[in-house]
Design a protein around this ligand. Structure first.
Ligand SMILES: *Cc1c(COP(=O)(O)O)cnc(C)c1O
Length: 373
């Protein structure tokens, strides 16, 4: 049978988070079983998508839902839905918009790159991004002023990728958008709370299926009945190249059932044990401050941070990350703050067996590099 090994592709240890570049999540056997069974038979896809939407909606307490190939597709489809409404002519004309508003307003600090630019996903659907405010500061007047006759929607990016300081929060954005009578679309790709943003008053919310939900490479959009119907219509338009397979749909549902019914406390205990093991194993590294810190965007995620005194050590955080990536097996730590001398270990994707491998590798690299001086 074909395998990563027979292809000559190395397995890696992922200690960096739910990274698309490292293949997303390692799937639970129940999710794989649901996908395998679904893959072996034929079904009426319309019926499957309809029922899948109903179940996904029920699981997250939304009125309606649609399974997508990912949150990036989700942004594109949500924008397309507000540009076209339920008009089949407009659906088939996208990305050309020859009637109605097409501007999509977002705060400048939300115009980020998640692997591709958020703005590009908007443009792909025929939307014209309009940026409000400055990169580190957006006022209510900035947002209000950016919304006009031609505005079709406001996109809000709820993400650790977005600028956290100086941006308007979702409640303020929703209040302004309500006054101006434009819908608010939320990109909540990696967020853990599947209910919160709709409850706050967002019109549509897109999640990634392969991040917090721990499903296959997929996504889900949740929202009201009419808006989700307009999203579904895009499948005979611009969403056709984002076609979701039957096995993906079933895999996502299996993952959603696990996630929403799951034992969050057991997972917290597992992560806590990993963090304790990592801090014990890495304690006393020279010229290095060891800290357990909460996620910078306030999610319920704690990570082990190593702050290197690079001058005293004679090597940098970037050097350490490079050595680890060349390790056997290759190890990927969280590199977001490497330019400030900080590396982080994310416990979520780490299996029990990988923990000592990570500790030993970091210790060995410290020894080797300090001897080599
Ligand atoms: C990961 C991510 C996306 C893309 O999600 P996919 O499911 O990989 O398509 C979009 N926006 C943000 C903020 C992300 O973090």
């Amino acid at each position: 049978m074909i395998s990563y090994q027979s292809l000559g592709v190395k397995q890696v240890i992922n200690a960096s988070g739910r990274m698309t570049a490292l293949g997303g999540t390692a799937l639970h056997p129940d999710v794989i079983a649901a996908m395998a069974e679904a893959a072996q038979t034929n079904v009426d896809m319309e019926e499957l998508k309809h029922r899948a939407g109903e179940l996904a909606a029920r699981l997250v307490g939304a009125e309606a839902a649609m399974v997508t190939t990912g949150a990036a597709a989700g942004i594109c489809i949500m924008v397309a839905a507000v540009l076209t409404g339920g008009d089949p002519y407009r659906v088939r004309r996208l990305p050309d918009v020859d009637r109605g508003p097409s501007e999509v307003v977002l705060q400048l600090g939300h115009a980020v790159d998640f692997g591709a630019p958020v703005e590009q996903m908007i443009r792909l659907a025929g939307g014209r991004p309009v940026l409000a405010g400055t990169a580190n500061h957006v006022t209510e007047a900035d947002l209000e002023g950016a919304i006009g006759e031609r505005t079709a929607a406001v996109v809000f990016v709820q993400s650790h990728h977005a600028v956290q300081k100086g941006m308007l929060g979702l409640p303020e954005v929703i209040a302004i958008a309500r006054r101006k009578q434009v819908p608010v679309l939320v990109d909540a790709a990696a967020e853990e709370d599947l209910r919160r943003y709709l409850a706050m008053g967002a019109d549509l919310v897109a999640y990634s299926g392969g991040k917090a939900i721990e499903g296959p490479t997929s996504g889900v959009i949740v929202g009201g009945q009419d808006r989700i119907r307009a999203c579904r219509m895009q499948e005979s338009g611009i969403a056709r190249p984002m076609k979701v397979g039957k096995e993906t749909i079933m895999g996502l549902l299996a993952a959603l059932e696990r996630y929403t019914g799951g034992d969050a406390e057991a997972e917290r205990v597992r992560q806590r044990r990993l963090i304790d093991g990592l801090t014990a194993g890495l304690n006393g590294l020279p010229h290095t401050r060891l800290e357990v810190r909460q996620d910078e965007a306030g999610r319920e995620i704690w990570r082990v941070h190593l702050a290197l005194d690079e001058a005293a050590l004679g090597f940098t955080a970037v050097d350490l990350l490079g050595d680890l990536r060349r390790w056997d097996p290759p190890i990927h730590l969280r590199s977001h703050w490497a330019n400030t001398g900080v590396v982080a270990i994310d416990p979520r994707p780490i299996g029990e067996r990988a923990m000592p491998v990570i500790v030993d590798a970091i210790r060995a690299i410290f020894d080797r590099r300090r001897k080599g001086r």
